[in-house]
Write a new protein. Sequence first.
Length: 317
Amino acid sequence: MKRLLIDGRCLLDTRSGGVRRLVLPFIESLIANKNADTEIVVGFTSHASLPADLAHLPHQHVRIPNKLVIIASFFGISFEKYFAGAFDEVLYPNMDFTAKSRVPTTVLVHDLSFLIEPAWYSTKSRLWHTLLRPKQLIKNATRVLTVSSWTKRDLIKILNVEEDKIEIIKTSDFLISPIQQSIAALEGKPFFLLLGANNTRKNGECVLEAFKQFREQDKTISLAITGKHLQQEGVICLDWLNDQELAWLYANAKALLYPSWYEGFGIPLIEATQTKTPIIASTSSSLPDIAPAETIFVPPHQPQLWTMAMQSVIRRG
């Protein structure tokens, strides 16, 4: 019997956004399609209880603070050492702290944005990535998985990873919640949707500037944003959203605005497609490969063209 341990730490934060929404269905797919001679265990290290939506996974939960796990990794303690029984392989669906393992490891790399432009990240995040030693994690891995040909290209170009070591996975369908929960501040109002406006890499400032220009001609449309609170005419700032509220936003938005400087994949593009929501997206990185054919593509550094694209969506009705 082959035993596979999957690192579940990236699932513990229910507000972690895109990574969790990609990783959970990926793990569920692995479990559903495993061979009869394979046992899969999802390993969690956390002092707190598990989120309710993880209870169905075959798992071991070791109640130890993750800060101790991080510190122990610098003293040669690899992640699998915390769990009962021997394992034949360890899968890290998101890069996290561990010492070098004695068994084969597989690492899923979502993107290399933290290496491409560190300025997109806060000082705290840059320190975290430095201590994580991602280059060493990838070098030590037996296999490297990724979600797009763009990230595969970056792995080869930036980290000199051998091409035959990299595998592009087929991501599971990102099924947004079939149940929708309306947001009172937006009910009855036409609006555009911008997610993650606090993230420099997401380039929200471009859309905010474009929307100022848009409002000069049309004050009937609002802009709903997440991740940031600011005072700007027509902008409605939203706090953290649950899955049902997010589904309602997609279904009711005039368009999803996605102006990122860089994305290894871009889950919101797939989710918006499920509700047939129009998309205006950046021409940068993987987005032209990921977005549906009907997407309006605009350079991420030209707000005036984003204004024109928003006007075009409204004219189309």
